[in-house]
Design a protein around this ligand. Structure first.
Ligand code: SIN
Ligand code: MN
Length: 262
C-alpha cells in the first residue's frame, strides 16, 4: 500500500492523515472480537482506570494471534516505512479501551515527550498508526489534535503521575492555549476500520467518554530502525526492545478469522 503525494504533504503540513475505512467492517470486527478475552486477563500488560475499567492493554500482539498479524499488516506498516523513509520496528503496541461512561481523560501531550524522556528515543522519527475498532464520533472521547503543532518540535512538559492511572509527560494550559490560538483543534472521526496516522510531536489529548458507546482504538507505534531507544526504564511490554525490522504479511492476513467474541 502506498500513500499519495497529497497524503504525504498533508501529514507533513498538518501532522496527521485520516484514512477512512482502510480496514473493512469485517476486518475491524475480527480485531474487536479479541478484546473481551484480553480485557479479562490478569496480566501486567492490562492497565486499569482509577474506576477499575480497562484503560489500556499493552503488547497484545505478543499474546493474541489476530493482533500478532495486525502488528505486521502491510496497510499499517507500509505507510510508516514510506513516511519515515526507512525500515521500522515496533516501539509500542496497545489497545486503548476508553469504555462507555468510564473511559478517562488523556491530558494534552506529545508522544515524543514521553518516548524521549522515559525511553531515550533520540529523534522524533516514530509515529502512531491508530485503527478505530469502534465508530469514533464527537461524543465518545475522540482524539483531539492541534494541527501543525508538531512543527514546534519537542515542547517542555511535566510528569503527570496523578491525574489518571497512567503517568504521562503533559503540557501546561498556557502552552496549549497558545498552540490552539494558532492551529485550532480537530477531532478526526470515522467508522470502525478507519486509520489515523499522526506525528510523534503532534500535540493531542482526549476527553473522558461520557457516552454509552465504547471507543476502542488500537495503536501501532513504529519507530525507524535507525532511531532505537537507548533507555530501558519502562517495562519492555510498554517500550519494546526488539529492534528487528518488521516483515509484513499478506494484505489478506486477517481473512478467515472468526468475528464471534473469542
Ligand atoms: C494516547 O495519547 O496515547 C492515547 C489517547 C487516546 O487514546 O485517547
Ligand atoms: Mn499520545
Amino acid at each position: 500500500m502506498k500513500l499519495t503525494q497529497e497524503q504525504i504533504e498533508a501529514y507533513e503540513t498538518d501532522g496527521y492523515i485520516l484514512l477512512e475505512g482502510l480496514f473493512s467492517p469485517d476486518e475491524a470486527a475480527v480485531m474487536k472480537s479479541r478484546l473481551p478475552r484480553l480485557f479479562k486477563l490478569d496480566r501486567d500488560e492490562v492497565i486499569k482506570e482509577k474506576s477499575g475499567a480497562v484503560r489500556t492493554v499493552f503488547a497484545a500482539h505478543t499474546f493474541d494471534e489476530v493482533f500478532a498479524r495486525v502488528a505486521r499488516h502491510p496497510r499499517l506498516i507500509d505507510p510508516a516505512r514510506q513516511l519515515l523513509g526507512s525500515d521500522v520496528y515496533m516501539h509500542q503496541f496497545k489497545v486503548n479501551a476508553k469504555a462507555a461512561f468510564n473511559g478517562d481523560v488523556w491530558q494534552w501531550h506529545q508522544d515524543f515527550g514521553t518516548w524521549h524522556e522515559d525511553d531515550g528515543m533520540p529523534e522524533a522519527r516514530a509515529m502512531n498508526v491508530a485503527v478505530f475498532l469502534d465508530e469514533v464520533n464527537e461524543f465518545n472521547g475522540p482524539l483531539m489534535f492541534i494541527p501543525r503543532s508538531h512543527k514546534r518540535g519537542r515542547i517542555e512538559a511535566s510528569h503527570d503521575r496523578s491525574t489518571t492511572s497512567y503517568p504521562l509527560w503533559t503540557l501546561d494550559n498556557a502552552k496549549v492555549a497558545e498552540l490552539v490560538a494558532e492551529g485550532g483543534i480537530v477531532a478526526p472521526k470515522g467508522r470502525a476500520g478507519t486509520v489515523l496516522i499522526f506525528q510523534s510531536t503532534l500535540v493531542h489529548a482526549s476527553s473522558p467518554n461520557l457516552s454509552p458507546w465504547d471507543r476502542n482504538t488500537l495503536y501501532v507505534t513504529t519507530n525507524s530502525v535507525d532511531n532505537a531507544i537507548t533507555r530501558f526504564k519502562r517495562p519492555d511490554f510498554i517500550a519494546h526492545r526488539d529492534f528487528t525490522p518488521i516483515e509484513t504479511l499478506d494484505d489478506h492476513c486477517l481473512a478467515g478469522f472468526d468475528q464471534a467474541v473469542a
